[in-house]
Design a protein around this ligand. Structure first.
Ligand code: V47
Ligand code: SF4
Length: 389
């Protein structure tokens, strides 16, 4: 899908002066304000937003689309919290009702099952289990690294970390230092949801606060552990709450410079306490990616998580500011499949992912977690390798 060039927006007399003013700022690579961000959500049409976002995307990354060869481990779905949008968690007492808890050996066997496969990252997140604490996880990471020393361990949302540190009676700095010393390399972006306190109160009142989430990420950045940031959108929040959320992240990033990627996550309504809320449509997904790309000027990357939105929307998103579609993934990721995501069996080989990117005339680049280029797949010959991951 092609959006008009930004130059034609600047010359278009049908576009209102206020939107043209924003287009000029984007063209001159100036930061937009929060009220301008809200205006984009309220008044920006899809084509207009796509032009601006695509201009930024091409300035930053040309036609490159990044992906990663990774696998996920979800140690448990037992959780002490009760987020209203969560379709996945179970209470400790719900053992017979779909709760699971992997043993240490089962987790290490998952790692061993990737022996000889060219994965570069393991992503570990799950429910907040009352008995799996900081020291258990630190030792687990050490054992994972003993099996696979070069793998990048991206683990534990700020929600999990807040609970672990509280239970272990250590500061965030001390807790993160322990995990780092045992081999944890970075933090995923989950648990951010929506920072506005009134909305947070209604959708996830009992887990870490917005201030704690931001403090944990800032501390991690100070210790040299980069992280991602998510935003759960398309439920009861309003546009102003999305912009407030992004503003808090943009402000922290100015200080800490430790965020790699911003990941908007579309609310899915199956099997949770917010099932009565209608999901937003694809147009809103694309508009949201575009506004995110325009507003978050100090974030290097914008990710569309394809197992959640599906392959076709992921392809479309590449014309609306997105430059990263996460990775090859195995079917162990249940947090979305249980919430009604497009992909009920989210697995793609590298070849399929590469073809998906080439279909929309972009350049597929395999990256590591820190966006170092591993392979440029522009002219890659797959017939020469046995496909593994
Ligand atoms: O924080 C839970 C979301 C997140 C639903 O850092 C839901 O690379 C939509 O953080 N509808 C966890 N979303 C996952 C996460 C993540 C995912 C991919 C990549 C990275 C990364 C991080 O999942 C939670 C919550 O916002 N979530 N339930 C739902 N019903
Ligand atoms: Fe627990 Fe995370 Fe689900 Fe919230 S979103 S209930 S913290 S597993």
């Amino acid at each position: 899908m092609n959006t008009p060039k930004i130059e034609s927006i600047l010359l278009d007399s049908a576009i209102s002066p206020e939107l043209k003013n924003i287009a000029e700022k984007v063209y001159n690579q100036e930061r937009i304000t929060s009220s301008e961000g809200i205006l984009l959500y309220e008044k920006g049409e899809l084509g207009y937003l796509g032009s601006l976002a695509n201009y930024i995307r091409e300035k930053k990354h040309g036609s490159k689309v990044f992906f990663n060869r990774n696998f996920h481990i979800e140690p448990t779905n037992i959780c002490v919290f009760d987020c209203k949008f969560c379709s996945y968690s179970r209470l400790l007492k719900q053992k017979e009702d779909g709760a699971w808890q992997l043993s240490e050996e089962e987790i290490l066997n998952i790692v061993r099952s990737y022996d000889g496969k060219p994965v570069t990252e393991v992503h570990i997140v799950g429910g907040v289990h009352p008995k799996m604490g900081l020291h258990y996880f630190a030792e687990l990471i050490k054992k994972i690294k003993a099996i696979r020393p070069e793998i990048h361990v991206k683990a534990f949302t700020a929600v999990e970390l807040e609970y672990m540190c509280r239970k272990a009676k250590v500061s965030y700095e001390e807790g993160l230092r322990i995990l780092k010393e045992h081999g944890q390399d970075s933090l995923p972006g989950g648990g951010a949801e929506i920072f506005d306190e009134t909305i947070r109160q209604q959708i996830c009142e009992d887990k870490c606060t917005s201030a704690q989430w931001l403090e944990i990420h800032e501390t991690a950045h100070r210790l040299g552990m980069p992280s991602n940031a998510t935003m759960l959108y398309g439920h009861i929040e309003k546009f102003e709450h999305r912009i407030d959320h992004m503003n808090r992240l943009r402000t922290l990033q100015d200080r800490s410079k430790g965020f790699n990627t911003f990941i908007p996550l579309k609310f899915r309504n199956k099997g949770n306490q917010m099932s009565h809320i209608k999901e937003v449509d694809v147009i809103e997904d694309l508009r949201n990616y575009a506004v995110s790309r325009i507003y978050m000027d100090n974030f290097g990357h914008l990710k569309a998580y394809w197992p959640m939105i599906g392959r076709t929307t992921a392809q479309l998103s590449l014309s609306f500011g997105v430059d990263d579609i996460d990775g090859t993934i195995d079917d162990s990721t249940k947090i979305y499949t249980m919430a009604g995501s497009e992909e009920q069996n989210p697995a793609l080989t590298t070849q399929q992912l590469v073809e998906m990117i080439k279909q929309v005339n972009k350049t597929p680049i395999e990256r590591d977690t820190l966006y170092n280029v591993i392979t440029d797949y522009s002219n890659y010959d797959f017939s020469k390798e046995a496909q593994t991951a």
